[in-house]
Write a protein that binds this ligand. Sequence first.
Ligand SMILES: [Zn+2]
Ligand SMILES: [Zn+2]
Length: 126
Amino acid sequence: MIKGQCLCGAIHYAYHAEIKQSILCFCQDCRLAQGALFGWNSPIDQQAFEITQGKAFLKAYFHTPNKARVFCIQCGSPIYSYRLDLPNVLRLRLGSITEGEIPPPNQTFYSQYQPDFIQIINCLNN
Ligand SMILES: [Zn+2]
Ligand SMILES: [Zn+2]
């Protein structure tokens, strides 16, 4: 079982399945949305995901018409995103996980934007 939360603790969630993918995304949208070098995400099964506390603190921001980025209105932590055309899939922000196994990164997206000064990745390609 996976558990996670936002920074202020208003939102808590549980994921009743395993995280299988572990993706680093270097696109500019992820950088701006996370305020970080990359987004760290995994597609998960929406049916197995449960907000256990603080549903009222969730807010969805549509940067593009098809994709909502969902965050805590109190502390701003990104929690997940989803696409309207993929209703059963959430993309969980793996940095919000506090309990459970997260696989090491096994894919990078938009790696052409990966800065030269970071070398991630003995764990890819094995
Ligand atoms: Zn919060
Ligand atoms: Zn991205």
